[in-house]
Design a protein around this ligand. Structure first.
Ligand code: DC
Length: 221
């Protein structure tokens, strides 16, 4: 019986995490968890409720009232808030892009998601996946520091801005990276023992092959 593998992929905005994680999930039949979409969903909920990240007591009360669930669609885990999956267009809206790093910097928001994210390993096992590939900013540092593989992806800001623009998205990635890297709670950082990949000059196929090779070798051993 092959081992159940946990793969952590961390990096800044538009560093190639999602493409890589999706490719791994297809190749190895892993559950794909994009934790950025979880922070985005909570941000969308807070904005809908008219809350600002500065209004801590109101944010904490709203977090305590949230009922979180998981829907597995194809190989992706989608977060349900009160049985509703926030649509992708809302998750990627300019308002969510502008506010998500501010909500994600709040320790109460991070702790509301901590156990939920770790529980995705049990979700993956229950659904018969061969493992879990989780992408974010603190996966190899905080969520799964003992992951079987930890990868850290980065790329020049200009190249990342070009990728986002090619996706038709309005997103100030340099500002989000500054906020995500400088916050006190679980800042974006390269995890100890991670394989560090600069994707600036690589096409995403090469990044995927670089990440997949040691996983395939482990599964073949
Ligand atoms: O991966 P993304 O760009 O969709 O993430 C959106 C924001 O969520 C990002 O700017 C910071 C936050 N985030 C985080 O703080 N921790 C994670 N593990 C994932 C995302």
């Amino acid at each position: 019986m092959p081992p159940f593998l946990i793969i952590a992929i961390d990096g800044g905005a538009a560093a190639g995490k999602s493409t890589t994680a999706r490719a791994l999930s297809e190749r190895f039949h892993f559950l794909h968890v994009d934790t950025g979409s979880y922070y985005r969903a909570l941000t969308a909920e807070m904005l809908r409720a008219g809350l600002s990240p500065a209004d801590l007591p109101a944010v904490e009360a709203a977090l305590a009232a949230l009922a979180l669930g998981t829907r597995v669609e194809s190989r992706r885990a989608l977060m349900e808030v009160a049985n509703r999956v926030v649509p992708d267009a809302e998750l990627r809206s300019p308002a969510v892009n502008a506010h998500v790093s501010h909500f994600a910097a709040l320790p109460s928001v991070r702790s509301a998601l901590l156990a939920y994210q770790r529980d995705q390993a049990a979700v993956a096992r229950r659904h018969g996946f061969a493992g879990l590939v989780m992408e974010g900013r603190d996966i190899g540092t905080i969520i799964f520091p003992d992951a079987d593989f930890r990868f850290f992806l980065h790329a020049d800001p200009a190249e990342r801005a070009r990728r986002r623009a090619a996706e038709g998205q309005q997103d100030s990635i340099a500002e989000r990276d500054r906020l995500d890297s400088s916050r006190k709670a679980a800042p974006l950082a390269c995890p100890i023992g991670a394989i560090d990949i600069d994707s600036t000059l690589l096409d995403l196929e090469t990044v995927v092959e670089t990440v997949a090779a040691p996983i395939a070798a482990r599964l073949a051993a």
